[in-house]
Design a protein around this ligand. Structure first.
Ligand code: MN
Length: 191
């Protein structure tokens, strides 16, 4: 199997001014593409040559895990956005957020704090546990909740390459912008 870069479901400039065309040209066009290319080079001749990305995220180690999980994480991240998406969760996810965090606003504060305080490179995640409860996680580097048997619902990439061109060192400003481009119809459908 040759892994390929999945197509973005919107134009490169569709998320402006929150996430610029320039950021997507690099983040999607260069970084995401590089993880795909690295993965294809690394899996050749290994037992991971013909498996899906979920299997790599769950079972691989070292470079194959790092690049494979980064491919999966970025596809998931980029497929959470839309220029005119729903601004709040709905249905069962909305109920679960309200039950567990008190309100959507309180959840946003808690998730933003997790994304803002994650040291170094990594991903903040909202996940569904096997018992149906929600949890906010911080994962370093290519960390992926599938490895822990959890269901990913939402992620925020806090690697500097996700925001440096638009916000330089101001990660909190990027996190604020991140909320503006999420499509909660998509995220609610993952619950
Ligand atoms: Mn990234």
């Amino acid at each position: 199997m040759t892994y390929t870069l999945s197509k973005l479901p919107y134009a490169l400039d569709a998320l402006e001014p929150h996430i610029s065309k320039k950021t997507l040209e690099y983040h999607y066009g260069k970084h995401h593409q590089a993880y795909v290319n690295n993965l294809n080079n690394l899996v050749a001749g290994t037992k991971f040559e013909n498996v899906n990305l979920e299997t790599i995220a769950k079972e691989a180690e070292g470079g194959i895990f790092n690049n494979g999980a980064q491919v999966w994480n970025h596809t998931f991240y980029f497929n959470s956005f839309s220029p005119e998406g729903a601004k709040e969760p709905s249905g069962k996810l909305a109920n679960a957020i309200n039950r567990q965090f008190g309100s959507f606003s309180a959840f946003r504060d808690e998730f933003s704090k997790a994304a803002g305080t994650l040291f170094g490179s990594g991903w903040a995640w909202l996940v569904k546990n096997p018992d149906g409860n929600l949890n906010i996680l911080q994962e370093s580097n290519a960390g992926n909740p599938l490895r822990k048997g959890l269901t990913p619902l939402l992620t925020c990439d806090v690697w500097e390459h996700a925001y440096y061109l638009d916000y330089q060192n101001r990660r909190p400003d990027y996190i604020q912008a991140f909320w503006s481009v999420l499509d909660w119809n998509i995220i609610s459908g993952r619950f």
